[in-house]
Design a protein around this ligand. Structure first.
Ligand SMILES: [Zn+2]
Length: 422
């Protein structure tokens, strides 16, 4: 007796489902040096979702597919979820790269009008169409590196209308290409130049106008809680208001100095606390006892040549749910490549390849509230999967600086193949 299915993906040399032992919608916690893998496997898909997976002999016997696709003996992993990007921006900042090489710090460049402030000037001048056109090639590169879902933040408008335009760009981009986009309102990214002498007024405007006005355009609200930006008290006020309005909350925390941002994220029930390069034992303990996912961004510490890296090993040992993201942005982490982030996570944060892959799939989905339907390959979950030109899953972070992606399936549909369709 066989069931019909839309698609049967056969001849998978090594299938790595990344399904946590506890199952369900939760993240994977704890230290890990191996991942369960199924050799000679197949995946059956109907209506965009996985209906069965396992040894090919069993799955192929149980299903009569309308269509088949061969993985050619390659490795299959879940599509990456990139849970922290600043995708919709305009302009470029390559001169700042040279200034940093010449010894200027990111803070000095920002004080001289560069950094976020430079991108804000460019975004305020850009139309919706221009923001969309600038971001589309970034999304094509993300797909070519195995990303099938990404979070995308506003935060370069720093006033109601340009923030709205960034969020509208994210919505339009979600319709124009295959990667699912999850929008975050990060109007609290900086104090705009024209409000430097009135930061209390800017916090009030965020709480009274910008957050309520843009509620329909973003699922999450995020704040840059840092020494020179928003204090813990200001962040608590903004995100408290965001929660009242029904946003899920996220927090840029403890990137440059320990501020207690991780503890604040836990106190607010944030879905994620991000950066955490300077988080101490108290923050780690709080995260471990919570549902808040720690999103680590090793591309940023690498790109800014920081010696302080997030304490990933201590977090994993304590049972914190750890995720990884690109932090894709024009100034402090200009990369679309999750595989590059995996390599940096291993080399700079001391994570194992197994921990890094969990962090970029299963746990990254939990960091954007999507643990119930993606981030792992299990019956009922979306058929978002990537076929890798690699001898084993361990090879993916081993070979760096290039894309080894052979093909990408999004919701059971092939949306990318290296070199086009054969
Ligand atoms: Zn960020």
């Amino acid at each position: 007796m066989t069931d019909r299915c839309d698609l049967l993906i056969t001849d998978i040399g090594e299938l790595v489902p990344v399904a946590p032992p506890a199952g369900g919608a939760g993240p994977w916690r704890g230290e890990l040096d191996d991942l369960p893998a199924i050799p000679a496997a197949a995946v059956a898909v109907t209506d965009g979702r996985i209906v069965a997976l396992g040894p090919e002999a069993e799955v192929a016997a149980a299903f009569a597919p309308d269509e088949t696709a061969s993985a050619g003996g390659r490795v299959v992993l879940p599509g990456f979820v990139d849970p922290h990007t600043h995708l919709p921006w305009a302009g470029s900042r390559e001169r700042e790269f040279e200034q940093r090489l010449a010894g200027h710090t990111y803070a000095q460049i920002a004080q001289a009008g560069g950094g976020i402030r430079a991108t804000t000037r460019a975004v305020r001048q850009a139309s919706l169409d221009e923001l969309v056109a600038a971001a589309l090639p970034r999304l094509a590169r993300m797909l070519a590196h195995g990303t099938t879902t990404a979070e995308a933040k506003s935060g370069y408008g720093l006033a109601l209308e340009p923030e709205r335009r960034q969020l509208q760009a994210i919505a339009r981009l979600g319709e124009l290409q295959p990667i699912d986009l999850i929008a975050t309102n990060l109007a609290a990214h900086e104090i705009p130049d024209e409000r430097r002498d009135d930061r209390a007024g800017w916090v009030r405007e965020l709480c009274d106008t910008i957050l309520p006005e843009l509620r329909g355009d973003a699922e999450f609200c995020d704040v840059f809680c840092e020494d020179h930006v928003f204090t813990v008290e200001e962040s608590r006020a903004i995100l408290g208001r965001a929660r009242e309005l029904g946003y899920g909350v996220k927090l840029h925390a403890d990137e440059l100095v320990p501020t207690g941002g991780a503890e604040l994220a836990v106190e607010l029930g944030a879905v994620s606390a991000d950066h955490l390069a300077c988080t101490g034992p108290g923050g780690i303990e709080a995260l471990a006892a919570s549902e808040t996912v720690a999103v680590l961004l090793p591309g940023t510490s690498f790109y800014l040549r920081k010696q302080d890296h997030a304490p990933a090993r201590a977090m994993l040992a304590a049972g914190v749910a750890v995720a990884l993201a690109t932090d894709l942005n024009p100034g402090s982490s200009l990369t679309e490549s999750v595989p590059m982030i995996l390599t940096l996570a291993c080399l700079q944060l001391g994570m194992t390849p197994a921990e890094a892959i969990v962090a970029a799939t299963r746990n990254a989905a939990c960091a954007v509230g999507r643990g119930h339907d993606r981030g792992s390959l299990e019956p009922g979950k979306l058929a978002d999967l990537v076929v890798w030109d690699a001898p084993s899953w361990r090879y993916v972070p081993t070979h760096f600086g290039v894309s080894l992606v052979h093909a990408v399936f999004k919701g059971g549909r092939e949306v990318y193949r290296r070199g086009g369709r054969e």
